[in-house]
Design a protein around this ligand. Structure first.
Ligand code: GDP
Ligand code: MG
Length: 297
């Protein structure tokens, strides 16, 4: 199983259609610098999209992202090819003035909508390239307190433009009890501010097993994640992706240790299609109609 990302398990029908059309997916990561965004992307796709510097000094962190940058990779699995694009955004704590640090991110999402709109308006619309952002992972600092005003501001600016998926970063730095309380607090804040996050819908699901799996995913939101692109040895002699501590190993792929598996399942295995459809049918459609009204069409 190791090294297996899982998109080859997507429903067959969708496969054929997507493979023909060019199977692509664009994810965005947002959050403060140093919260583990690049590491989690590498972990999710089991792919070094963000390679480490050649011989890094032990104290050195990865370079900060100062501008929005997008990185693409072709990943192949069981004959299915996925063109993955990750849009990495500057950490907002890096700005001297954070007041409008959400703006370049919103601009980026909108310019991708515009590019799609422009293609739709062409006479020949046979081949549309979809570079819209299909999911946005919002990294919350593992403080254990509450969402900060800047988190709320960001989420409010983003939630009607992109499928928002909140994650608690570096959750290995918190105890289970702390995570449990923090999740409740985050969900309460999100509800209080009327922020819409992506809730793995299950409208097309017929069988009970899938329905139960779905509920389990939803129960984990906001996902408490741990990322690592290192293999470490457990006390019982297994080699796993994880983070080693003096008291033991936190395993990324162990559901007892964190919600990474559930996040990956939703993003890549069970809900990739819904994320794309919701982007097209709801988020893009809203943007498009508002734009047309503003233009007086
Ligand atoms: P970014 O600035 O958000 O892209 O963060 P990076 O992925 O570059 O990670 C910043 C630092 O945090 C690196 O030293 C990582 O090894 C470390 N890190 C990444 N993910 C985790 C995690 O889940 N837990 C812990 N404890 N550290 C992490
Ligand atoms: Mg980074």
């Amino acid at each position: 199983m190791r090294g297996f990302v899982g998109f080859a398990n997507l429903p067959n029908q969708w496969h054929r259609r997507s493979v023909r059309k060019g199977f692509n997916f664009t994810a965005m990561v947002v959050g403060e610098s140093g919260l583990g965004k690049s590491t989690l992307v590498n972990t999710l796709f089991n792919h070094k999209l963000y390679p480490k510097k050649e011989v890094p000094a032990p104290h050195m962190e990865r370079p900060k992202t100062v501008a929005i940058e997008s990185i693409s990779a072709d990943i192949e699995e069981n004959g299915v090819r996925l063109k993955l694009t990750v849009v990495d955004t500057p950490g907002f704590a890096d700005f001297v003035n954070n007041d409008e640090s959400w703006k370049p991110i919103v601009d980026n999402i909108e310019s991708r909508f515009d590019a799609y709109l422009e293609q739709e308006n062409r006479v020949n619309r046979a081949k549309l390239t979809d570079n819209r952002v299909h999911a946005c992972l919002y990294f919350i600092q593992p403080s254990g307190h509450a969402l900060r005003p800047i988190d709320i501001e960001f989420m409010r600016r983003l939630h009607q433009k992109v499928n928002l998926i909140p994650v608690i970063a570096k959750s290995d730095t918190m105890t289970d009890e702390e995570i449990h309380l923090f999740k409740q607090r985050i969900l309460a804040d999100i509800a209080h501010h009327n922020i819409q996050i992506f809730y793995a819908p299950s409208y097309d699901v017929e069988d009970d097993e899938t329905l139960a799996e779905n509920e389990e995913i939803v129960r984990k939101i906001p996902f408490a994640v741990v990322g690592s692109d290192q293999q470490v040895d457990t006390i019982d002699g297994r080699r796993v992706r994880g983070r080693a501590y003096p008291w033991g190993v936190i395993e990324v792929d162990n559901e007892e240790h964190c919600d990474f598996v559930k996040l990956r399942q939703m993003l890549i295995r069970s809900h990739m299609e819904e994320l794309k459809e919701h982007t097209h049918n709801v988020l893009y459609e809203k943007y498009r109609s508002e734009k047309l009204v503003a233009m007086g069409v």
